[in-house]
Design a protein around this ligand. Sequence first.
Ligand code: ADP
Length: 182
Amino acid sequence: MDAAMERTWLGARIELVVGDITRLAVDAIVNAANASLLGGGGVDGAIHRAAGPELLAECRTLGGARTGEVKATGGHRLPARHVFHAVGPVWRGGSGGEDALLASCYREAMRLAAERGVVSIAFPSISTGIYGFPIERAAPIAVREVRRALEAPTTVTRAVFCCFSAPDRAVYERALDAVAGP
Ligand code: ADP
């Protein structure tokens, strides 16, 4: 984690970092899962590797999830106490409701966080990897939903956008400046 790359918005309630989400010391991390909730590539694979086989065992009890839905498990061997498994939409050109389904992932994760008394939560860039959602379109949706949730009654005081590359971070930084103010 490069500390010099960190910036905050919305009275320091939103933070932007570049790094591996599995290493973050937050109450909850969000997983960009697939509908099976049984692991996959990208950040999903990294989370399962870091959390250990107990995470997969717990995920097997969940019965999968629909696109836009989020289900919670424990964090097992992760520093985080909770993992919120969000099923983002596969990009199909943008007219299949992808924007609303992506927004639902962030909204539902923030709802679960408040329900469980989570104070700090970190998000990967859901759907913008293997699922092909253009990050320039996804980032403002992510920022808008998280901002909205932070402005409503919630236990969350720290929401982290955890990007995996400097170019992704630059896209989020622009979205945060546009949508979340200073
Ligand atoms: P999806 O299938 O929802 O597109 P991916 O895991 O393929 O999910 O990608 C989502 C984002 O997560 C991408 O920006 C990818 O670079 C990023 N990513 C991959 N591994 C990690 C990690 N360990 N920590 C944070 N972000 C990660």
